[in-house]
Design a protein around this ligand. Sequence first.
Ligand code: WQD
Length: 361
Amino acid sequence: MRILVTGGAGYIGSHTVLLLLQEGHQVSVIDNFSNSSPESLRRVASLAGRSLDAYHIDLLDAESLAQAVGEIKPEAVIHFAGLKAVGESVAQPLKYYKNNVVGTLNLLEAMNKAECRTIVFSSSATVYGESTDLPLHENTLRNATNPYGRTKLHIEEMLEELAASDSRWHIANLRYFNPVGAHESGLIGEDPQGIPNNLMPFVAQVAIGKRAEVQVFGGDYLTADGTGVRDYIHVLDLATGHLAALDYLSNSQGVHVWNLGTGAGSSVLEVIDAFARISGRPVPYRITERRPGDVAESYAHPEKARLDLGWKAERGLEQMVADMWNWQSNNPDGFPEANHQLVNAKSLQDFIRGSSPTITE
Ligand code: WQD
């Protein structure tokens, strides 16, 4: 199939693009490279032994977006592009509503115009908010408690209303739990800009010696060891979940929602312990105050995806940590700094195809 992947140069996007290429799909990527690097696409193309088309476009540039979607003529879209830092969303809510909600609106209008009405949307377990109804089912009440989570919730609602208004739409909302890990090659992985907000990349940077210690946000939660419990899921399991959802949509109209989680919870201290053991490096930590907005526990009821999609997560915490450590130790500074002035589309293509070592202005 001809698949358009927005945000395909990002962490989850690049791993999904790799699997799509390996399955024989024709892939085009639209990315503004604000939180990703063309280098990840170059490495994905080389790992897959197949090329892909990349467009340096921001979803807020509705005209260029509509033109590219009209050119690509996708049969389906996997939509990752969006801002995802909870803390930043609290400080800059309008930036999040504009990028995530207006960006998605522009994409849906461009798709409609190009007669493409199949979309897999990157949603998040954050839409459940501070629910104590664990494990979290797909019909657990949605109650987002921060602007980032609310943008995901509003987009889910926008998609539900679109499907109700026009039965030609095939829509999947995938609610991710905590994506971690990396492809076993160690060539692609999570490359957070600046200080990592999330636990696993922060622990990895302490293990590699880039950061002094992990701050454990709260040791007095009502959990086994007092620290926060989350459902960490390997990014490759997440990627296969997208392919399974795409398959399902090929003959299912309307809107469908699935949790993508393992159903198992791990505490902060368990993650730190696993990292120290597997990396062989000390991971010093200090228990500090709780982080505002955090819940004590969050983990998925993963049955619906297993029953509907025949999908379940295969990799456990040990492999997530081993693959994360392999990526981090091979790429202590992540991807080479992206050349953000990607003016010349041809040079981006040449770079990704490996026929040019750099991207010219
Ligand atoms: C995990 C646990 C923290 C950092 C968020 C978003 C979610 C998704 C994943 C985008 C918690 C603790 C963390 C640290 C710590 N993002 N922690 N020290 O908050 O569960 O989920 O990221 O899709 O939508 O909500 O992930 O990795 O930030 O935190 O102790 O330096 O680690 O308190 O218990 P979270 P996280």
